[in-house]
Design a protein around this ligand. Structure first.
Ligand code: PLP
Length: 386
């Protein structure tokens, strides 16, 4: 088959491959503990499911406007205004099937062939993949353990060139769990404004900040007109399979992103958008209890990992991942991730699944019970102590 040349530049997510291999081992009768998955192990709160059923009964079964139903755009815009402290107009918001399409459409709408886009490395693999796909150059901004895996603004400034079109940031961060500070955001904003660069801020883990308060670059003066903010319901309300997310951006860009949606998905499922309104309007206690569970698991996981020979692990400030340094084991992180799965029956990801600067690390998700997390770490201990 002769595919279009651009397909050779499109990447993927290793997590899905590891999940498939773990499934094969399970089919052979092996017991696998899953710490590779980037989705909450909780079910969607019942009141949200009820709202979706009611919306179906009420007839929200047809196409809607590409940018989203007016009442949903209004409600989600109000949520962003309240949580980011900046007024957001519904015309500045586009609703998509998950947050991911906003990454795709935002890059497609703004970035030309030959442009450069700076992205965090290690980072969500889709950034590099989509940037390369559109024929631009993906420029890695290394996230280093010495800075608790927070982007270094001085290094960022040195990476900006006349070709830089966009800087991608992600806080709380997948895969390291790092959380940028107010000073980090102000420093990044100064660079973006001075060099006239867009910022795409990927914030699906905004409710998962365990130490301190969530902050967004959107609230820094002068940023709103050059920012695409990416949010969604997948992580906060355990709604990964519903596919509901949205982007906030200047209204003229929102029109273009809606046009990309017309050309691809047409619109986001109408009853799902209505369920999203209910998610925001309803009681937040279940979502808050999930976040508290993730914090408790983080503490258990980090403490247990730090007891293992050759492993050291920072305590991440957010998201539901930990990113232990495994260089002291003397085993390459890819080989170690493979051995964890094949020999110990624990599915984890090598840091390299998130880019070259993830070498020497593993990513473990805390989307599993404390009991299973403890069992998984004991199995890894058995593997390391051989
Ligand atoms: N951005 C980051 C950093 C993520 O980790 C994910 C999902 O894993 C997404 C975006 C996409 O989320 P959604 O399910 O809303 O498309």
């Amino acid at each position: 088959m002769k595919l279009a040349e651009r397909m050779s530049r499109l990447g993927t997510e290793t997590a899905f491959e590891v999940l498939a291999r773990a499934g094969q081992l399970e089919a052979q009768g092996r017991h696998i503990i899953h710490l590779e998955i980037g989705q909450p192990d909780f079910d969607t709160p019942q009141y949200i499911k009820d709202a979706a059923c009611q919306a179906l009964a009420d007839g929200f079964t047809g196409y809607g406007p590409s940018a989203g139903l007016p009442q949903a755009r209004e409600r989600y815009a109000r949520y962003i205004s309240e949580t980011r402290g900046v007024p957001v107009d519904p015309a500045e918001l586009v609703i998509t099937p998950g947050a991911k399409p906003i990454l795709f459409f935002g890059i497609l709408a703004l970035v030309d062939e030959g442009d450069e886009v700076i992205y965090p490395n290690p980072g969500f693999p889709i950034y590099e993949s989509v940037v390369e796909f559109v024929g631009a150059k993906a420029v890695p901004a290394p996230l280093r353990e010495e800075r608790q895996f927070r982007l270094d603004p001085d290094e960022l400034a040195s990476l900006v060139t006349d070709k830089t079109k966009m800087i991608i940031i992600n806080s709380p961060h997948n895969p390291t769990g790092s959380v940028l500070t107010r000073e980090d955001f102000e420093a990044i904003a100064r660079i973006a404004i001075e060099r006239d660069v867009w910022v795409l801020t990927d914030e699906p883990y905004s409710k998962m900040v365990y130490d301190g308060e969530f902050e967004s670059i959107l609230s820094v003066d002068g940023m709103k007109e050059r920012t695409i903010l990416v949010e969604g319901f997948s992580k906060t309300y355990a709604m990964t399979g519903w596919r509901l997310g949205y982007g906030v951006m200047p209204a003229p860009l929102a029109e273009q992103v809606a046009k990309l949606q017309t050309n691809s998905n047409s619109c986001t499922a109408s009853f799902v958008q209505i369920a999203g309104i209910a998610a925001l309007d309803g009681p937040q206690d279940e979502s808050e209890a999930m976040m508290a569970a993730f914090k408790e698991r983080r503490d258990v996981m980090v403490a247990a990992l730090n007891e293992l020979p050759g492993i050291s692990c920072l305590s991440p400030g957010g998201a539901f991942y930990v990113f232990p340094n495994v260089t002291g084991t003397g085993t390459d992180s890819r080989d170690l991730a493979k051995a964890c799965l094949e020999e110990a029956g624990v599915a984890v990801l090598s840091g390299t699944a998130f880019g070259a600067y993830g070498d020497g690390y593993l990513r473990l998700s805390s989307a599993n019970s404390i009991e299973n997390i403890q069992e998984a770490i004991e199995r890894i201990r058995g593997l390391l102590e051989g």
